[in-house]
Design a protein around this ligand. Structure first.
Ligand code: FAD
Length: 377
């Protein structure tokens, strides 16, 4: 089959933010792109849809947060953001705590009221557990940073569910640092800019792709016809999995997956917060989102809640979190050096770089790739 019917300059694999920004910027420079996307919608994992007047995020809660003014100004060309500030509540066996760890959490946990009291409590707990030498695993790392109570109630169960492994079998680098604040401040992020688009995320993609120089084919997988695509297009931007591109020739990179389960309830307010984390080991899901709290939108007397269940990943499931341990990082480096030798393919995005990226980082990386590409002209 012939794919490059319109003398496209670029084939772009994936209609997530990386691919979409590239197509938009290429069009601004007079270049023509065909985007192919194997899902039946735009936006990659940022995709949202509207249901009962509520913007539902299809791949988990997405809050845009950044310190990068350039990226913030860029994304604001395509949408307006509301003033949403992420303030997560943790539910541990029915007791509620504020996240991230701050004076509210310490008061709820220990009844302490001043920063000095909270600091003393944490120091005493860290000293009570004698960890000699560098922390050998995630459990030792967490306890040496925050003490036993917060580790046991707010970190252990959640992390073990998320990674599907005991905290004593997880590497310590997963929590190199922990956000700890000695102020009464529940803002989950430290960044200067934060919010959720007033019309959902998908509208951003519609706007970016609104150009005569861009065509989009949904439900189209690059691997159904890889050789022809590579032959026919002068340049290819690939945002799929890097190991799949090379037919897994060095082996398979590992991921964690997620399953989402939604329910519609006849109420305006079921849980009183946008996100509640379940930090015990027994509850099978890690968090519950109530979408109308992200932008105060929705029809009367209806609320949509989504539970997020961590899952073992295999090729039949969506790849969400890369497992950046030593084995996988070494494997990735092998693929990356192969990728560098391809002269017509630009690899990017979270799957192309086997990297957990927040949205602002993907925006920044895509704009960087654009700059590099068009310098060569
Ligand atoms: P993607 O969005 O994954 O897009 C890649 C696209 O390529 C996909 O649509 C895929 O279907 C398509 N594709 C892959 N292979 C092929 C193929 N062979 N053929 C055709 N198409 C293909 N970031 C934040 O900043 N804030 C948050 O609060 C936040 N929350 C998150 C919550 C969860 C649960 C997850 C998983 C991620 C979250 N993120 C968040 C990260 C955010 O989703 C990513 O930064 C962003 O989506 C990455 O963009 P991308 O273009 O690299 O990849």
């Amino acid at each position: 089959m012939h794919h490059n019917t319109k003398k496209y300059d670029y084939l772009i694999v994936g209609a997530g933010p990386f691919g979409t920004i590239f197509a938009h910027e290429a069009a601004d420079r007079g270049k023509r792109s065909l985007i192919i996307e194997r899902r039946s919608h735009l936006g990659g994992n940022m995709h949202t849809h509207k249901e009962n007047g509520i913007n539902v995020h299809d791949y988990g809660a997405h809050i845009f947060h950044t310190d990068n003014k350039f990226v913030w100004d860029y994304v604001n060309q395509f949408t307006e953001f509301n003033s949403y500030i992420n303030q997560v509540v943790a539910n541990y066996k029915g007791d509620l705590y504020s996240l991230p760890f701050n004076m509210n959490t310490f008061y709820q946990m220990w009844g302490v009221k001043t920063p000095a009291e909270a600091q003393a409590k944490i120091v005493a707990q860290c000293e009570a557990v004698k960890i000699t030498g560098a922390p050998k695993n995630l459990e030792e790392q967490a306890i040496s940073l925050i003490g036993t109570d917060i580790y046991e109630k707010l970190i252990k169960g959640y992390t073990e569910k998320q990674w599907g492994r005991k905290a004593t079998e997880l590497p310590s680098f997963i929590i190199r640092r922990l956000p700890i604040r000695f102020t009464f401040d529940n803002n989950y992020f430290n960044h200067r800019y934060q919010g959720v688009p007033v019309d959902g995320y998908t509208a951003i993609f519609d706007k970016m792709l609104d150009s005569d120089l861009i065509d989009v084919q949904l439900d189209t997988d690059f691997f159904d016809d890889k050789a022809t695509y590579l032959e026919e297009f002068p340049r290819v931007v690939y945002t799929g999995m890097i190991d799949q591109f090379f037919d897994y020739k060095f082996g398979e990179l590992e991921y964690r997956s997620l399953r989402f389960e939604s329910e519609v309830l006849p109420t305006d307010n079921a849980q009183g917060n946008a996100v509640i984390n379940y930090t015990d080991a027994e509850t099978p899901y890690t968090r519950v989102m109530e979408w109308r709290h992200f932008d105060q939108k929705g029809d009367d007397n209806v609320s949509i809640l989504t539970r997020e269940y961590p899952q073992v990943w295999d090729r039949s499931k969506e790849a969400y979190y890369p497992v950046n341990d030593e084995k996988n990082s070494t494997l990735f480096k092998q693929y990356r050096s192969e990728a560098k030798q391809l002269d017509k393919v630009i690899m990017g995005g979270r799957l192309g770089n086997y990297q957990y990226y927040d949205m602002d980082q993907v925006f920044n990386a895509a704009l960087g790739a654009v700059e590099k590409e068009f310098q060569q002209d």
